[in-house]
Design a protein around this ligand. Structure first.
Ligand code: ZN
Length: 205
């Protein structure tokens, strides 16, 4: 019924939404992954629903981009920061109080923190890191801050302040995540392999 599997997701979602709306359910917010066609469809055909992105997918995509950068020559120092930066996106979305500007400033503040700067001027809503004083780490465990002139920092800056990433931040303000759905799917996979057909009722019993 659709051109190919790429068109399957938006079409399935469209029918699902129409069905739910026909049953008089009011949908305030919908969280999905970053499927481009889904975004376009939500903008054009379901503009009254607040379309948010799933924070887990965003943080996974970010990790992928940072890993690719860290694997390029001269940017190896970035590798040890990837987990913390991915956590920072999670933290920024979960503490932004649904405020897009605060979320953006919190997110961009990571560029200060990785350079060893924990308070700064220029922001409107967020001017210093939320963490307490940095205690001295035991010898050998010191945090290796990135120099602002290093290739690793420049590569990080490219990812963190990319227009595409900054544009998706307003869709993370409600900190939606589909963790429970992912757990449900992986649970199903244990008993109903994708390789074999199970009728719908069989899947859920
Ligand atoms: Zn800091």
């Amino acid at each position: 019924q659709v051109k190919n599997s790429h068109h399957l997701e938006p079409e399935g979602l469209r029918r699902c939404l129409q069905d739910v709306i026909a049953k008089k359910v009011k949908i305030g917010t919908l969280a999905t992954d970053q499927h481009l066609m889904v975004g376009k469809m939500m903008r054009e055909d379901f503009s009254k629903i607040d379309h948010q992105f799933d924070a887990w997918h965003c943080s996974k995509n970010l990790t992928k981009k940072l890993t690719a950068k860290a694997n390029t020559k001269g940017c190896e120092a970035l590798m040890q920061w990837i987990r913390a930066i991915s956590n920072h996106l999670w933290y920024s979305a979960s503490t932004c109080k649904k405020n897009a500007q605060l979320l953006k400033e919190k997110w961009l503040s990571v560029l200060h923190h990785v350079a060893g700067v924990h308070s700064w001027s220029g922001g409107q809503k967020f001017k210093k890191c939320d963490h307490g004083p940095m205690s001295d780490a035991p010898p050998g465990m010191e945090v290796a801050y990135l120099k602002r002139t290093s290739p690793a920092f420049k590569a990080l800056k490219d990812v963190v302040s990319a227009t595409a990433l900054l544009k998706l931040l307003p869709k993370l303000t409600k900190f939606c995540h589909t963790g429970t759905l992912e757990v449900f799917h992986s649970f199903l996979l244990r008993f109903c392999s994708k390789r074999q057909y199970f009728p719908y009722p069989g899947n859920l019993q």
